[in-house]
Design a protein around this ligand. Structure first.
Ligand code: 6PG
Length: 226
């Protein structure tokens, strides 16, 4: 597994700008090498600024293939869905073909959603880029500290999640790590404790995700305690 590279930025907008730059560099590389680009999107609030910046990108949207790292078990149009956040901030404003956008069917329930999405992503691996955030407890996607899942699964059904809603669908550590590039965005003072634990080798879910080529963590000064 490649060594994680930590990068420090003044604030969240600077992290978003660098994340957009890195994603577009990965796109250019993937399209030139293989004629397409697959990305796993992060949920939560941190990546929204990056998604908004991507709206104005000069890229061949027809070559993009969109997957999600996790999803909350809520109705498809629920404002708390990760797919709704990505769609309203970015995907609705660009011309990625609908057939290339793959939301997790978490509205079917955790088990049914996980089963269906596992079949889908089995054919999508390896991803070109996985984008992740991190919670204040060191969780990522819907992989939470203290929760165990079968290591062979590509997609997990999650229950009793400490971050509401309790029922979720999450790509597994195995699936999230099956990527060329891993890009992690961490901003805000609320993440400082988890960042410190991570840097000191704490066994956090975020720390267990790898990649084939590069792992880059973009942190702002608040999250780094700098
Ligand atoms: C979710 C996300 C989750 C998120 C972290 C950070 O469904 O909640 O996938 O893993 O990335 O909780 O969330 P913020 O970016 O809002 O701090």
């Amino acid at each position: 597994m490649p060594v994680s590279q930590w990068h420090l930025f003044d604030d969240a907008p600077a992290v978003a700008r660098e994340a957009a730059r890195r994603i577009l560099a990965a796109v250019d590389k993937a399209i030139s090498l293989q004629g397409k680009f697959s990305i796993v999107l992060a949920g939560g609030s941190t990546p929204e600024a990056t998604y908004r910046l991507l709206v104005d990108a000069d890229t061949d949207w027809s070559k993009w293939h969109i997957y999600f790292g996790d999803e909350r078990c809520l109705p498809m149009d629920d404002a708390e869905r990760n797919s709704v956040m990505a769609t309203s901030s970015w995907l609705d404003h660009v011309t990625i073909p609908d057939k290339n956008i793959h939301p997790i069917p978490a509205e079917q329930g955790a088990e049914a959603g996980a089963s269906a999405y596992g079949l889908l992503i089995a054919d999508a691996l390896p991803f070109d880029l996985v984008l992740l955030g991190m919670g204040e407890d060191g969780h990522t996607a819907s992989l939470f500290p203290g929760q165990r899942h079968p290591g062979s699964e590509l997609v997990h059904a999650v229950h009793d999640a400490p971050k509401p809603p309790p029922d979720r669908v999450s790509l597994s550590r195995k699936a999230l790590s099956d990527c060329r590039e891993l890009l992690i965005l961490v901003t805000g003072a609320g993440k400082k404790e988890a960042v410190t634990g991570w840097k000191h080798g704490e066994d956090l879910p975020i720390a267990s995700i790898g990649a084939h080529d590069t792992v880059d963590i973009l942190q702002d000064k608040d999250a780094a305690g700098a």
